[in-house]
Unconditional design. Structure first.
Lengths: 402, 234
């Protein structure tokens, strides 16, 4: 029997058992659609993180105080270190030849006041290099001067939202305001660059790192962002950074260096694994669909005993009968998969149109993987019914259906 | 040489824990073009014999040569192919596939044999015409009468041009007039050369055959090839 005939024969069976066919189609379609939709969520999260990181710029090394002794653990984002990472350490790192820029970061919160208006915001002590590294620029005035690392200048750069809150539409550059207990002059306002890494860069004040040291009365830097020179070798730079810190910290390189690439790679691998796990959980529904296929196929085989016996009597071998029944399930699963994938893509496109901020995206393998899982499940679970049909004794089968 | 040679055929079924000897040392020769009726009480082994002849069942022991070929050695595939090409079945309850049209039902054996659709369709229509159903083609079984259903079944049985036509109570589900029609259709086929074996309870139908076999307890007790007795219905 050839394939076209087999498909035509199977198709006629579907026509004759509409309810059963629709139920099975639905079960398979739901399973396949849920795999595609859920993995789209995971993939969307991965792309979201990817996009956020790319706003950080390239070729960055981030140095944290403290060391993470175990391999593969999380960097001590808020960890306490026995020895502080100081501004002097940061400046020494800036003298490493492969480093082209140093942005020490010393954050805190402080009251920013102008006349009767005041606002509690994040105040970031840093250097001039911070701005290009974070791809930020001044919409008005200028960013911090180069002298910001050596002199505690009484100047600040405001986020656009903070400026708007304090000054409204009035000109802010050149005005004086109060941050904590110090008077400072506004020298620039940041362009609106939206959120970065979940931090609203519009509602902050940026001041020279030396000034921040005095304002928050601490020597300890939160972290140091280093920009690698074009063409510099990252491993070499890491070694040099550790050497510099060892020289300055009594022979201990008690820092953690994270490159943007490795952080991104870590996030990527976590989220890809997560996507696979979600997909696998969703695939359980395909297993359920498979069991449904098995049950309904078993019922179908016993209802069609007479037909099976007849097919054998007119020249079908056991193998022919098995192929017919397996083919029936596979055709059904293939159709269900198509419906499921089409439905899932439709939902994804609809959601993306409604909610463009989150890049919901079906992974390129999701549709195929779901369909293959569904087919495998269909094959496994219809094997038993098909074998039962193939083994049917034609004589008894035809007598049974009288 | 006989078309069919059965030698020492034995078959035992287990029914309700009791062994039941359906065939005992059965020997039978059937020649090409024969018209044979097999009669006997229920449980005498008539249907078992028919299934053996149709290669639907395997004997426990004994030999079955079909057209000179030993069938015992064949595997399932080989038996299915032999059955498809040499043997046509008609049954008491027709066994048509209800979701297919009459033409499609007739095509089924050719479909299993891999015949192209166009050839199948043409042949099926021709065969339906020879059983007197030319004008009904394209109908579902539910739209046909019992006699017409059995004609479709006969068309299906002969579409592969088999040498042997096996009929199991072919008129059992039909009224007398349609039954007679059907008998005439198969007898015509026999006149054209097909070997016809009819298993029946119906004495009138059985008497029509040129060779009348009577079975009791799995063995042939009478094998009468004399012309039908005087006064028997034609």
């Amino acid at each position: 029997m050839n394939l076209t005939d087999q498909l035509r024969f199977n198709w006629r069976v579907f026509g004759g058992q509409r309810v059963r066919t629709l139920l099975l189609l639905l079960a398979v379609a739901i399973g396949v659609a849920s795999v595609v939709l859920l993995t789209s969520l995971g993939e969307g999260a991965r792309r979201y993180i990817d996009r956020e990181f790319s706003s950080l710029g390239n070729r960055l090394l981030i140095v944290f105080p403290g060391r993470n002794e175990t391999v593969g653990g999380h960097p001590p984002l808020f960890g306490a270190a026995p020895r502080d990472l100081t501004l002097e350490d940061a400046l020494a790192l800036g003298r490493v030849p492969s480093i082209s820029g140093v942005a020490p970061i010393l954050p805190g919160t402080a009251q920013v006041a102008l006349g009767s208006r005041s606002r509690e915001v994040i105040v970031l002590g840093t250097s001039r290099e911070f701005f290009p590294v974070r791809q930020m620029s001044a919409a008005a005035g200028s960013v911090l001067p180069s002298a910001a690392v050596e002199h505690s200048l009484a100047v600040c750069v405001l986020g656009h939202k903070l400026k708007q809150e304090l000054f409204g539409n009035r000109r802010a550059v050149g005005e004086w305001l109060r941050i904590g207990d110090r008077r400072m002059r506004v020298i620039g306002v940041l362009a609106d660059s939206g959120e970065s890494m979940g931090m609203d860069m519009g509602d902050i004040a940026i001041i020279p790192v030396t000034t921040a040291r005095q304002l928050f009365n601490t020597q300890a830097l939160f972290r140091v962002i280093l920009e690698l020179r074009e063409g510099a070798d990252e491993d070499l730079a890491r070694a040099r950074i550790r050497q510099v810190i060892r020289d300055r910290h009594d022979g201990e390189d008690d820092i953690t260096i994270v490159s943007q690439d490795s952080l991104l790679a870590a996030f990527n691998s976590i989220l890809t694994t997560l996507t696979l796990v979600i997909g696998a959980i969703a695939a359980i529904s395909l297993l359920v669909a498979g069991i449904l296929i098995m049950n309904l196929s078993l019922i179908s085989v016993s209802q069609r005993r007479g037909e099976i016996g007849l097919l054998k009597a007119i020249g079908a071998s056991g193998r022919d009968v098995r192929t017919l029944f397996l083919g029936e399930s596979l055709l059904l699963v293939a159709l269900g998969s198509m419906v499921g994938v089409a439905f899932a893509y439709g939902v994804v496109f609809a959601l993306r149109a409604l909610w463009p901020e989150f890049p919901l995206f079906p992974p390129h393998w999701a549709g195929a993987a779901a369909a293959i899982t569904a087919l495998a499940s269909g094959l496994v679970f219809s094997w038993l019914p098909a074998r039962r049909a193939a083994a049917l004794d034609p004589v008894l089968a035809m007598r049974g259906s009288v | 040489m006989a078309l069919i040679e059965l030698r020492g055929l034995n078959k035992t079924y287990t029914m309700g824990g009791q062994p039941l000897r359906a065939l005992r040392d059965l020997a039978l020769d059937i020649h090409g073009g024969d018209y044979i009726s097999v009669m006997g009480p229920s449980g005498s082994g008539k249907s078992t014999l028919l299934n053996m002849l149709g290669l639907l069942d395997r004997p426990d022991s004994g030999s079955y040569r079909l057209d000179g070929r030993a069938t015992e050695a064949l595997d399932e595939e080989g038996r299915a192919a032999l059955r498809r090409d040499n043997i046509g079945f008609i049954f008491q309850v027709f066994h048509l596939v209800t979701r297919l049209t009459d033409v499609e039902n007739v095509e089924l054996p050719m479909m299993l044999a891999g015949t192209p659709l166009a050839v199948r369709r043409r042949t099926a229509r021709e065969v339906l015409a020879t059983v007197g159903l030319a004008e009904r083609s394209g109908h579902r079984p539910s739209q046909l009468s019992g006699g017409q259903l059995q004609r479709v079944a006969i068309a299906r049985a002969i579409v592969m041009k088999p040498k042997i036509l096996l009929a199991d109570e072919p008129t059992g589900n039909l009224d007398q007039a349609s039954g007679l029609d059907i008998v005439e259709v198969v007898e015509n086929l026999n006149r054209e050369g097909i070997t016809l074996v009819v298993v029946t309870h119906d004495a009138a139908l059985g008497r029509r055959a040129r060779r009348r076999i009577r079975m009791v307890d799995g063995a042939v007790v009478a094998d009468d090839s004399s012309p039908p007795a005087e006064g028997a219905p034609p």
